[in-house]
Design a protein around this ligand. Sequence first.
Ligand SMILES: CSCCC(=O)/C(O)=C/O
Ligand SMILES: [Fe+2]
Ligand code: NI
Length: 180
Amino acid sequence: MSALTIFTDTEAKEPVWHSTDAEEIRQQLNAKEVRFERWEANQDLGANPTPETVIRAYQHAIDKLVAEKGYQSWDVISLRADNPQKDVLRTKFLSEHTHGEDEVRFFVEGAGLFCLHLDNKVYQILCEKNDLISVPAGTPHWFDMGSEPHFTAIRIFDNPEGWVAHFTGDAIADAYPRLP
Ligand SMILES: CSCCC(=O)/C(O)=C/O
Ligand SMILES: [Fe+2]
Ligand code: NI
């Protein structure tokens, strides 16, 4: 179940707010200009879908986002527990970073934990299948896929280059809870 847990950025042990209610989560995040919506990810993708299969299955969702916001490119990130790169990728995304564009992700399988460092707080969003999230450009954040990752997400970009990150060098992520 999708969840939002909020901490201050000085106390990583005691959350100040928690909910698994999608509407409450949406309201909290919208107040910070973060888009959070429950879409429908009901296409059968098989066990290990190729990026082409995922794009074909969800072209209607991509088209909707492109029509709305004029996004220019998209790709698919799909991680499974048997991926030999999983530890390297987990470590990379666990470093606090920003992007020069909104981070738009549509989860079509599995789950991952987005952590946003905003206004002296840390917002930990457990995103699951059906969740659409858009994090404003420039927001410091990190992402945890867990030690046994299982998720597929469509990433939508408003530049033709795709994923570009700027690492902040702040070790804050090390203090906050992670997925098992
Ligand atoms: C679910 S996408 C995770 C990887 C990524 O693109 C990113 O920017 C994490 O912060
Ligand atoms: Fe990111
Ligand atoms: Ni909970």
